[in-house]
Design a protein around this ligand. Structure first.
Ligand code: ADP
Ligand code: ASP
Ligand code: MG
Length: 408
């Protein structure tokens, strides 16, 4: 007998018929003799609508009340699934985040899970009851409802699996596994049987939303056996594993993209020691997440332009911060552009092979795509390009790195 955590995303619980389908998936594990805790998302589209309601109230709503609103989508699906399981003759109950409780810090809208008290829940599992738990929700130290950031149900599932010391954590979504790139954009994307935690972490943090980045980080830390699969077919999914479990390592295992990027250029800064610190210090203080950075010196060597990227949602704040320091920073002007996309190629094979970045640059050049900013780390290369070339770049790179699926 194993203890399994199953997580079902928004599409899998998108309507009553699908919730009944999920109940049958859970029943199959129970019939196989396993103890099961289920984590559910809100029905697809619901969280977006709740977020939209809060925006209609005002631009700067109280984040504590924002969480009260957006956490409700998951309450609905826990109750409905518990009922659907009972209809199948199974023992099941819902637990809200505050009832377990799933403890988090008090950073509303992007809280981090600090601890889950599973003792009570575990006893009920041992009695043969299925626990239906809402993803995304937590309880702050002050006793307020928190949420974990968009896509946070993945993290709830992994955290619960770690706390319960579950044998498996299965993430059911609307694709049947992790692909070499987003299968909705590149039709030749290939499903991976296995991917390393490290590569999955990079893919997620560089834009592939199939798993929330924090869920991968947590799975890696606690050694949770994670599998991404679909609730619509009975096919094996993708296992997220340690590097030594993969025999044939690919040079590049995936390509990610993120449209949530904006570029800022500070034009005509004086080129003197301390300028970078004077620009980026205030941005850090204002909690702006700066990602890629380049600096150009003018031909006379007296002035410099600094270009960097921030998440699109932080662009306005970043511009305000810099504009308010124009006097002391003494730059000519600020130029910004949010029609950009970051494309990243990822692979642990890069550690031991040269030429990966060059192939990326050459491929994009052949398509006439201009690279605006570059950044690299041990297992990834990222470039910033104009957003209109997203599909073209992804497809060309996918072919260049020999990732295309064989034609059936
Ligand atoms: P859920 O609601 O189940 O959490 P998400 O929409 O958050 O599902 O994540 C699944 C989506 O992730 C897929 O529909 C797919 O478009 C997208 N995706 C992006 N990159 C990848 C990838 N490399 N492999 C699989 N899916 C990906
Ligand atoms: N419902 C939440 C969201 O859409 C959490 C999740 O589905 O993972 O972000
Ligand atoms: Mg998701």
């Amino acid at each position: 007998m194993a203890l399994i955590v199953q997580k079902f995303g928004g599409t899998s619980v998108g309507d009553i018929g699908r919730i009944k389908n999920v109940a049958r998936k859970v029943k199959a594990e129970v019939d196989a003799g396993h103890q099961v805790a289920v984590v559910v998302s809100a029905m697809s589209g619901v969280t977006n609508q709740l977020v939209d309601f809060t925006k209609q109230i005002g631009a700067s709503v109280d984040p504590r009340e924002y969480d009260v609103v957006v956490a409700t989508g998951e309450q609905v699906t826990t109750g409905l699934l518990a009922m659907a399981l009972q209809e199948l003759g199974l023992q099941a109950r819902s637990w809200q985040g505050w009832q377990i409780p799933i403890r988090t810090d008090d950073v509303h809208a992007k809280a981090r899970i600090s601890a889950i008290d599973v003792e009570h829940l575990k006893n009920r599992l041992m009695d043969g009851e299925i626990a239906v738990v809402p993803g995304f929700q937590g309880l702050s130290e002050e006793g307020r409802v928190t949420t974990l950031g968009r896509g946070g149900s993945d993290t709830s599932a992994v955290a619960l699996a770690a706390a319960l010391k579950a044998d498996r954590c299965d993430i059911y979504t609307d694709v049947d596994g992790v692909y070499t790139t987003d299968p909705r954009i590149v039709s030749k994307a290939r499903k991976l049987d296995k991917i390393t935690y490290e590569e999955m972490f990079e893919l997620a943090s560089l834009g592939a939303k199939v798993l929330q980045t924090r869920s991968v980080e947590m799975a890696m830390k606690h050694g949770v056996r994670l599998q991404v699969r679909t609730s619509f077919e009975d096919t094996p999914g993708t296992l997220v594993v340690n590097e030594d479990e993969i025999v044939e390592k690919e040079l590049v295992s995936g390509i990610a993209y993120s449209r949530d990027e904006a570029k800022i250029t500070v034009v005509g800064l004086e080129d003197r020691p301390g300028v970078a610190s004077a620009v980026f210090g205030p941005l850090a203080e204002a909690n702006v997440n700066v990602d890629m950075i380049i600096q150009n010196i003018s031909q006379d060597g007296k002035t410099a332009n600094v270009t960097f990227t921030v998440p699109e949602g932080e662009l306005r704040r970043a511009l305000q911060v810099l504009e308010s320091r124009k006097e002391t920073l003494r730059f000519d002007k600020l130029v910004s552009d949010s029609s950009v996309v970051k494309i990243s190629v990822i692979g642990v094979g890069m550690r031991s092979h040269a030429g990966v970045a060059q192939l990326m640059f050459k491929t994009l050049a052949e398509k006439g795509i201009n690279i605006q900013v570059i950044s690299t780390s041990e297992i990834k290369v990222s470039v910033l390009i104009a957003e209109e070339y997203t599909e073209l770049a992804l497809r060309a790179l996918h072919t260049a790195y020999e990732l295309d699926a064989a034609v059936a």
